[in-house]
Design a protein around this ligand. Sequence first.
Ligand SMILES: *Cc1c(COP(=O)(O)O)cnc(C)c1O
Length: 372
Amino acid sequence: MPHTLSEQAHAGIHGLKAYVPGKPIEDLKRELGLESIIKLASNENPLGTAPAALAALADFDGDLFRYPDGSGFELKHKVAARHRVSVDTITLGNGSDDILELAGRVFLGPGKNAVVSQHSFAVYPIVARGVNAYVREVPALGLDSDMPRGHDLEAMLAAIDDHTGVVFIANPNNPTGTWAAHAELESFLERVPAATVVVLDQAYIEYQTADAVADIAGWIERFPNLIVTRTFSKIFGMAALRFGYGLSSPEVADYLNRIRQPFNVNMLAMHCAAAAIEDHDFIARSVESNTAERARLAAALAERGLASLPSQANFLTFDTQRQAQPVYDALLHEGVIVRPLAGYGLPNHLRVTIGKPEENARFLAALDRVLG
Ligand SMILES: *Cc1c(COP(=O)(O)O)cnc(C)c1O
């Protein structure tokens, strides 16, 4: 019998630290008394929120004293239309992190393991250890690879054993920005054991322009063990409202929905997401701006001898050629918030979100001052 709360908490909890989010602008204002601050730390859309969502918010006349529609009828139909899938493949989430957590609760547990890549999203180990499962971290591709520090899908496949409940793949990956070629991903899915779930996290997929993007409807039909996750926190500019969803076989969606909190997505998030999902113009503008600025920023960093990893996302991760934490701290004093990556096994790298042209220029000027 446990005698202390520490003993009562399961072993997985002891393997975790609380997630450290990108530093909020208000924190830095308070701490350093700075007036003008730019945040390029959390991969938010620098163009803001989809105008269609803002218009929906302004017109909102729902009854906030009532529970939201727990089945998400209207929104599910719009998601279904977006991907040409049936509504029974959809699981609605309070952000896509919610779907990751549901997958962990259904398919992981004590004695099981989750296979993840080195330098991948911090939420995966939290999900796995949170249900007292093990994490099998697979070394990323080497620096001599075509996709330095990208997911090594062959090694991840080889790491799957009889106890592997879930494999988490972020594509493009955060915090590296790297991606797996469409054909390699498909070949991976074809060879994963039928009872191991693959979570394909597509938080940044709208930004990907360099390779074919999967036909999700076809894939979830072909691979009953696949869960694709999407978020409205990144390109749709709705991070504060919290909405994401999973697409999977109806069987898997049914399991996820059995344990989903009945009212996990709030009424405002559903209302705004239903409008944002049709804001094709905003998505196109966001992709266009990101693609151009990402190339410009990568070139500007390269000119300074600071190589960035190949990225198909809305951020760049670059090698500062020294310990990155002091660079991060000095940038804070310049009013520029980026993301240090020591916790991701990249102590010399910083991750910078692609901002508006003027934000990127300010970041580069600050970086030049800091690096002297
Ligand atoms: C930002 C991000 C998410 C999105 O999380 P939400 O809960 O939808 O805000 C999911 N996966 C990855 C890899 C991310 O970087």
